[in-house]
Design a protein around this ligand. Structure first.
Ligand code: MEV
Length: 423
């Protein structure tokens, strides 16, 4: 039934329970929804209400732990928040198969974020570029005054670069990049404030007009890297290895395939980013922009063969994650997730996430190149189907098992099995 109107005057001023009651009324929902949504789990209702506007409740997503990971010689448990079955299992499997070869080796290019200041209406853009570059020291001062706390933690302004961009409809523009070390913070607020503080000076020096002042999510000064070796024995021989290589080639030359290939990488990456209360969209935007940096959208991972014939995999991608601020601090599950990982620095978090992305890609390519994705996926998805058919408690496992054994993982069949079980 369509609602009468989405115009609910003063909605944001209502208390959270009143907002929920209003939505139930306007959307014509069953009043049972009230009990369902007013349970905000381990997130205090006051915290929920302070995190976003017009909050009415929370949306719970399963949190799983990927086991078997060794990252830089250390065993790490990986918290993953995802609604998709087989994502956690994929990481466990990939990590198990490279444990004997030492697991994942990782690195980070730095914790530098870029804020952009757009300057328009400037007649002589190349001249303006030099005017801005000459004022490096003043820009440093303004940036560092803007965030003394960051400075105290060893971060702050590092450099500027100034680019003249042609071809816009409004004529050429001069783009200043403030390059800022944001240390353990993701850094969006820090660099956005710096861009806003520096912009009036840029306008004054050049006689132009500054416009957008915002970070770039193409965080290519904050690249997380991971590599690992899978021995031929561990993966089941040359044909599996060659299948994975061929799958990688496909992704690297075809954007249609690359999108799905990288989606698989992000299954792992985004699950850890979300579990730790970080900004999934920031990391996703950075990943995809980086994948397209050559002008063609390509694979975020690379696969090769080493001298012994083993399979080697690599990933390199922007990883703007932090431990300070946002949901990472305010969400109790995010805090526990970091404890589970024994992660005390944004650098370690970024590096581990890159390893998870590579692990995820390995499992997806291996499954695709051998049995196909549906066998494993459906075995795990069968539990979802059982729940959709109405199974509860121990019935879920029984129905799921019968679905998999029967080879048809479908809701109608799950309903039949359930009806039979219940006599
Ligand atoms: C599914 O969520 C992810 C995969 O499609 C990734 C891939 O195709 O590489 C299996």
């Amino acid at each position: 039934m369509p609602i009468q109107s989405s115009r609910i005057s003063g909605f944001h001023k209502l208390s959270m329970p009143d907002r929920l009651a209003k939505v139930i009324e306007v959307a014509g929902l069953d009043s049972a929804v009230e009990a369902q949504l007013s349970n905000t789990g381990n997130l205090d209702a006051a915290v929920v209400d302070s995190m976003i506007e017009n909050a009415i409740g929370t949306m719970n997503i399963p949190l799983g732990i990927a086991t078997n990971m060794i990252v830089d010689g250390e065993d790490v448990l990986i918290p993953m928040a995802t609604e998709e079955s087989s994502v956690v299992a994929a990481v466990c499997n990939a990590a198990r198969q490279c444990r004997d070869s030492g697991g994942f080796i990782t690195s980070l290019s730095g914790s530098l974020m870029i804020a952009q200041v757009q300057l328009i209406d400037v007649k002589n853009p190349e001249f303006a570029r030099l005017q801005i570059l000459e004022n490096k020291d003043r820009i440093r001062e303004v940036c560092d005054e803007t965030d003394p706390v960051l400075l105290k933690h060893g971060g702050g302004y590092r450099d500027i670069e100034v680019r003249v961009l042609e071809g816009g409809r409004t004529g050429s523009m001069v783009i200043t990049h403030l390059i800022v070390d944001t240390r353990d913070a993701m850094g969006a607020n820090a660099v956005n404030s710096m861009a806003e503080a520096v912009a009036p000076l840029i306008a004054q020096w050049t006689g132009g007009r500054t416009y957008l002042r915002i970070l770039s999510n193409l965080a290519d000064r904050r690249l997380a890297r991971a590599r690992a070796t899978w021995s031929l024995d561990a993966i089941g021989g040359e044909s599996v290895r060659d299948g994975i290589l061929s799958a990688f080639d496909f992704a690297d030359i075809d954007p249609y395939r690359a999108a799905t290939h990288n989606k698989g990488v992000m299954n792992g990456v985004s699950a850890v980013v979300l579990a730790t209360g970080n900004d999934t969209r920031a990391v996703e935007a950075g990943a995809h922009a980086y994948a397209a940096r050559s002008g063609q959208y390509r694979s975020l991972t690379r696969w090769e063969v080493d001298q012994e014939g083993n399979l080697t995999g690599m990933i390199e991608m922007p990883m703007a994650v932090g431990l300070i601020g946002g949901a990472t601090k305010s969400h109790p599950t995010a805090r526990v997730a970091l404890d589970v990982m024994n992660t005390r620095t944004a650098e370690k978090l970024a590096r581990v996430i890159a390893a998870v992305g590579l692990a995820q890609n390995f499992s997806a390519l291996k499954a695709l190149a051998t049995t196909g994705i549906q066998k494993g996926h459906m075995a795990l998805h069968a539990k979802n189907i059982a729940v959709m058919a109405g199974a509860t408690g121990p019935e879920i496992d029984t129905v799921a098992r019968e679905l998999v054994e029967g080879g048809k993982v479908r809701v109608d069949i799950a309903e039949e099995i359930l009806a039979r079980l219940r006599g």
